[in-house]
Design a protein around this ligand. Structure first.
Ligand code: GDP
Length: 441
C-alpha cells in the first residue's frame, strides 16, 4: 500500500520535470487555485516598472521627422532644428518621460542629423549602424556583468526605425536602399513616405508599388506587422499591404466643422493629418503605438539583439557545441579559450625572444665590424704618424748637420779674421816706427 503510494508520487514528480509536449499529463483541478491571476500580476508588475520605447528616425534633413514625432505623441518635443551644413551624419538622442493614464513610457527619439546633406554620401549609413551596435553592445555588457541589474537598466536598443522617404514620386534613392540594406538585420524598419501631401493620389499609389518592388528586388527586409496572434492578425495583415505608409505631420490645430483637428492649411485647401482619406498617419500611429509596440520591443530582443549577441560571442570564441556536436559548457569554452590564449602568448614570447637574440647578434656583428674598422684606422694613422716622425727626424738631422757645418765655418772665419787683424796690427806698429825715425812724429 505504502509502496504503491510512493511509486505514485515518484511518477508525479517525473511528470513534473518532463518538458511540455514530452508526455506531460494534464491534471484537472478540483477547485480554484489562483494562478489564473498570473497575467494580472504580470500586467501590474509591468505597469509599475513602466515601459521604454526607442525610435530611430532616419531621413534627410527637412523631411519632417521632428514634426511627425510631435504629431505622433501629441506633444512638442524641444530640440534645435538641424542645419544642412553638417560635415557628417550625427545621431542625436533625446529621452522623455511620458505618462498616459497610469502607464509610464520612457521614450527615446534618436534622429539622424545631417543625413543626406553631404556631397559624398557613401559612408552616411555608418554612424547609424555604429549607433545601433553600440546600444546592443551596452546591453550585452550589462548582461555579462557578474552583478547585473537588468530590471533597472535603461535599455537604449532601438525598437523601431522610421525610415523617411522623400516624396519624389520616382524611385528610392540609392542612399535609401544602401542604408536600409545595412540596417535591416539590426533593426525593425518601417518605411514611410514623408510629406505625402506633396504628391498626388495616383502618383502615390504608383510610388508605393515602385518602392515595394525595389525593396523586394534589393532584398531589403522591412518589418512586417505580425499575423501570428489571432487578435491582431487581420488588422496587421491589412496594414502590411499598405506599407510604406504615406504620412503628413503637423502640430497646428485648425477648426474643421466644429472640431479642432491637426491639419496643414494651403491656399487651395486643408489637409487633415488624422483623416485616412488624406494620409496614412492614423494607420502608422495605430500600428506603431497602439497595436505593435510590444511586438517591436520583442522582435528587437529576440531577433536583432540575439543575432548581435550570437555573432559577438562567436567572435569571442564561445560555442554551444564542440566539433563533435557535443554540448560545450561555458567553463570548457573558457578553458579552451584560455589555453588557446596562453599558447598564443607563449608563441609570441618565443618569437620575441628569438627576435631579441637575432637583434643582439646583429648588433654584436655591427659592433665587431666597427671595432675592426677602428683598429685599421688606428694602424693607418699610427703608420702615418711614424712616417711623419721619421721625416721630421731626418729633416732635424740634416738641419743639425747644416748648423754644425755653419758653426765650423763660422769658427774658421773668426779665426782667420783674428789672425788677419793681428797681422795688420804689427805692420801698423812697424810703419809708426818708420815714421818716427823719419821725424814725422
Ligand atoms: P526634420 O529636419 O526632418 O526634423 O524636419 P522638420 O520636422 O523640422 O520639418 C521641416 C519643415 O517641413 C518644417 O517647416 C515643417 O513644418 C515642414 N513639414 C513637416 N511635416 C510636413 C508635411 O507632412 N508636409 C509638408 N508639406 N511639410 C511638412
Amino acid at each position: 500500500m505504502e509502496a504503491e503510494a510512493n511509486s505514485g508520487s515518484l511518477e508525479d514528480s517525473w511528470a513534473f520535470i518532463q518538458r511540455p509536449g514530452e508526455g506531460c499529463r494534464t491534471v484537472p483541478l478540483a477547485g480554484h487555485v489562483g494562478f489564473d491571476s498570473l497575467p494580472d500580476q504580470l500586467v501590474n508588475k509591468s505597469v509599475s516598472q513602466g515601459f521604454c520605447f526607442n525610435i530611430l528616425c532616419v531621413g534627410e534633413t527637412g523631411l519632417g521627422k521632428s514634426t511627425l514625432m510631435d504629431t505622433l505623441f501629441n506633444t512638442k518635443f524641444e530640440g534645435e532644428p538641424a542645419t544642412h551644413t553638417q560635415p557628417g551624419v550625427q545621431l542625436r538622442s533625446n529621452t522623455y518621460d511620458l505618462q498616459e493614464s497610469n502607464v509610464g513610457l520612457k521614450l527615446t527619439i534618436v534622429s539622424t542629423v545631417g543625413f543626406g546633406d553631404q556631397i559624398n554620401k557613401e559612408d552616411s549609413y555608418k554612424p547609424i549602424v555604429e549607433f545601433i551596435d553600440a546600444q546592443f553592445e551596452a546591453y550585452l555588457q550589462e548582461e555579462l556583468k557578474i552583478r547585473r541589474v537588468l530590471h533597472a537598466y535603461h535599455d537604449s536598443r532601438i525598437h523601431a526605425c522610421l525610415y523617411f522617404i522623400a516624396p519624389t514620386g520616382h524611385s528610392l534613392k540609392s542612399l535609401d536602399l544602401v542604408t536600409m540594406k545595412k540596417l535591416d538585420s539590426k533593426v525593425n524598419i518601417i518605411p514611410i513616405i514623408a510629406k505625402s501631401d506633396a504628391i498626388s493620389k495616383s502618383e502615390l499609389t504608383k510610388f508605393k508599388i515602385k518602392i515595394t518592388s525595389e525593396l523586394v528586388s534589393n532584398g531589403v527586409q522591412i518589418y512586417q506587422f505580425p499575423t501570428d496572434d489571432e487578435s491582431v492578425a487581420e488588422i496587421n495583415g491589412t496594414m502590411n499591404a499598405h506599407l510604406p505608409f504615406a504620412v503628413i505631420g503637423s502640430t497646428e490645430e485648425l477648426k474643421i466643422g466644429n472640431k479642432m483637428m491637426k491639419a496643414r492649411q494651403y491656399p487651395w485647401g486643408t489637409v487633415q493629418v488624422e483623416n485616412e482619406a488624406h494620409c496614412d498617419f492614423v494607420k502608422l500611429r495605430e500600428m506603431l503605438i497602439r497595436v505593435n509596440m510590444e511586438d517591436l520591443r520583442e522582435q528587437t530582443h529576440s531577433r536583432h539583439y540575439e543575432l548581435y549577441r550570437r555573432c559577438k560571442l562567436e567572435e569571442m570564441g564561445f560555442q554551444d557545441t564542440d566539433p563533435d556536436s557535443k554540448p560545450f559548457s561555458l567553463q570548457e569554452t573558457y578553458e579552451a579559450k584560455r589555453n588557446e590564449f596562453l599558447g598564443e602568448l607563449q608563441k609570441k614570447e618565443e618569437e620575441m625572444r628569438q627576435m631579441f637574440v637575432q637583434r643582439v647578434k646583429e648588433k654584436e656583428a655591427e659592433l665587431k665590424e666597427a671595432e675592426k674598422e677602428l683598429h685599421e684606422k688606428f694602424d693607418r694613422l699610427k703608420k702615418l704618424h711614424q712616417d711623419e716622425k721619421k721625416k721630421l727626424e731626418d729633416k732635424k738631422k740634416s738641419l743639425d748637420d747644416e748648423v754644425n757645418a755653419f758653426k765650423q765655418r763660422k769658427t774658421a772665419a773668426e779665426l782667420l779674421q783674428s789672425q788677419s787683424s793681428q797681422a795688420g796690427g804689427s805692420q801698423t806698429l812697424k810703419r809708426d816706427k818708420e815714421k818716427k825715425n823719419l821725424g814725422f812724429l
